[in-house]
Design a protein around this ligand. Structure first.
Ligand code: ZN
Length: 436
């Protein structure tokens, strides 16, 4: 976007800007409180290594600026019970949209990712950016209109799309399943309309953030979140941070080559990709072939009803014990598991989370993935390795997109540019600051 505002924003007369040298400690203290790691000044001193006086000053500043409150009395450890410090998650709200290959989820959330209003519906990402993002506008309006008691002003917008995104610019780059989206300025489109900072990421990264903040991955420092939907991708939490890589394409495991077979063509233009063998679209296609060849009565029923067979049809048939459907899920599970075994040897996560529509399928897929990962990875890497399903189901994406926005807003570089104004509402240029 060229319409970048320069110079200071509107300055709150009660609080001046925070001096640069004080920002590091301020951000550290705010993160500790916001992420629930520290709830008292003494916990902050212990956990951050900051001095008692510095902690007291920064906490005072955060309370004065309305970002932290000192509320309920915490558990007493003898003597005067400490009052709990909490992030003021209702100081503003976030709008998020999680676009999948075949769905749109929108939500309005508090600043800690609590969903206040939510709507999801089928959609086709291949209809292109104008159709899809016009629909997001309509759904944003609807969810804002129908949600009661939305707190504060709009602090920011988070958008997730099912393809590689250059995180610094918020643009999809050569996304294989998103015709018409290459280089599309998603950020600028929403920033102009809503006058708010906008961040865009791929759907798997926000899924990983959601599970890490509010789901099954909470408390883990090294996690791989695999999304098996229409395609296959991975989000990586490394040493307690989302790892996006140099450009933002880390974790694109769906296009790792797993066979030389030239007949396995992938939508990315290559042959032999994992996604072309084991993604949801591939599972559906194999199910359709089985139905047409008369090998599965259940899949044939699905074909007769909808004229096609989807991965969901295969999953449903497998849950009834259909042997062809079970074999298809097991074969996909072994393929995904084999790739994951390499990832485990390379990255040594403590947890693998399976998310996405296909991952919600019956146990056969999960069992095949587990069996292959434990058999093919090094013993040290699998000794304490957990492999679990996503715990947030379809909501992990919107929760994660909300976390992405707030993480960026309170980053060292961004917060210094809005804290004097009281909140980041009406400052779309904040998204142009690259958080470290
Ligand atoms: Zn591919």
């Amino acid at each position: 976007m060229n319409d970048v505002r320069h110079g200071p924003g509107p300055v709150d007369t009660t609080h001046g800007p925070v001096p640069d040298e004080a920002l590091d400690a301020l951000v550290t203290v705010l993160d500790e409180i916001r992420l629930g790691h520290s709830r008292s000044r003494s916990a902050l001193v212990t956990r951050t290594g900051l001095g008692r006086a510095i902690v007291a000053q920064r906490v005072g500043e955060l309370i004065e600026r309305g970002l932290v409150t000192e509320g309920d009395v915490g558990p007493s450890t003898g003597g005067r019970p400490p009052r709990q410090l909490t992030f003021r998650a209702d100081a503003g709200h976030i709008l998020v949209a999680d676009l999948g290959a075949t769905s749109i989820d929108v939500a309005v959330t508090t600043l800690d990712g609590r969903i206040l209003g939510h709507h999801d519906e089928p959609a086709r990402i291949e209809d292109g950016p104008d159709a899809c993002l016009d629909r997001v506008d309509v759904l944003f309006d609807a969810v804002l209109r129908t949600t009661q008691a939305i707190p504060g002003r709009l602090w920011g917008i988070g958008i997730a799309v099912p393809g590689p995104v250059e995180f610094s610019t918020g643009r999809p780059i050569s996304p294989p399943i998103m015709p018409g989206w290459d280089g599309y300025p998603i950020r600028e489109r929403f920033a102009g309309r809503y006058d708010a900072p906008v961040w865009v990421d791929n759907d798997v990264n926000v899924l990983a953030l959601g599970e890490w903040r509010s789901g099954v991955a909470a408390g883990h420092e090294n996690v791989v979140v695999i999304k098996i939907g229409t395609g296959i991708g991975a989000g990586i939490i490394s040493d307690g941070r989302l790892h996006r890589g140099a450009q933002g394409s880390a974790g694109d495991v769906g296009h790792i080559q797993v066979t030389d077979d030239p007949s396995v063509t992938c939508r990315c233009g290559n042959v032999g990709c994992l996604e072309a063998l084991a993604g949801g679209a591939a599972i559906g296609r194999s199910g359709e072939v089985a139905a047409r060849e008369g090998r599965s009565a259940r899949l044939q029923t699905a074909l007769d009803q909808h004229g096609t067979v989807t991965a969901q049809d295969v999953a449903r048939a497998a849950s009834y014990g259909d042997p062809v459907a079970v074999a298809l899920l097991q074969a996909a599970g072994h393929r995904v598991g084999s790739m994951l075994a390499s990832v485990v040897n390379f990255f040594n996560p403590s947890l693998i989370v399976l998310g996405g529509g296909v991952a919600n399928s019956p146990d056969q897929l999960l069992a095949a993935i587990r069996e292959t990962v434990y058999r093919r990875s090094l013993p040290l890497a699998t000794r304490d390795l957990l492999i679990q399903r996503s715990s947030l189901g379809g909501l992990a994406g919107v929760i994660g997109a909300s976390s992405m926005v707030v993480d960026q807003l309170v980053s060292r570089d961004a917060i210094g540019r809005w804290i004097a104004a009281g909140d980041p509402a009406g400052a779309p240029e904040l998204a142009l600051v690259r958080a470290g």
